[in-house]
Design a protein around this ligand. Structure first.
Ligand SMILES: [Zn+2]
Length: 80
């Protein structure tokens, strides 16, 4: 119980030529975020909150929802 496995591991072995091929990253993070947004949208759908702004509770433009069903904020609260 409670042995700190995982995080405390040694850093990736440094200084090998193999590292050059290791340049994924940005894309996988993007996809992860996208997945979380979709899951969050599904949860809101479940609770009947889908289509409402997370911040002020206003309804979100239907057009915007159709364009991107995972939007979380109305036009007013959205950051550019
Ligand atoms: Zn709002």
């Amino acid at each position: 119980m409670g042995q700190g496995m995982g995080r405390a591991g040694p850093p990736h072995s440094a200084g090998t030529d193999m590292d050059e091929t290791h340049t994924i990253g940005a894309t996988s993070i993007d996809r992860d975020e996208e997945l979380q947004r979709v899951e969050a949208a599904l949860k809101r759908l479940d609770r009947g909150q889908f289509g409402h702004c997370l911040y002020c509770g206003d309804r979100i433009d239907l057009e915007r929802l159709q364009h991107d069903p995972t939007v979380e904020s109305c036009d007013t609260c959205r950051e550019d």
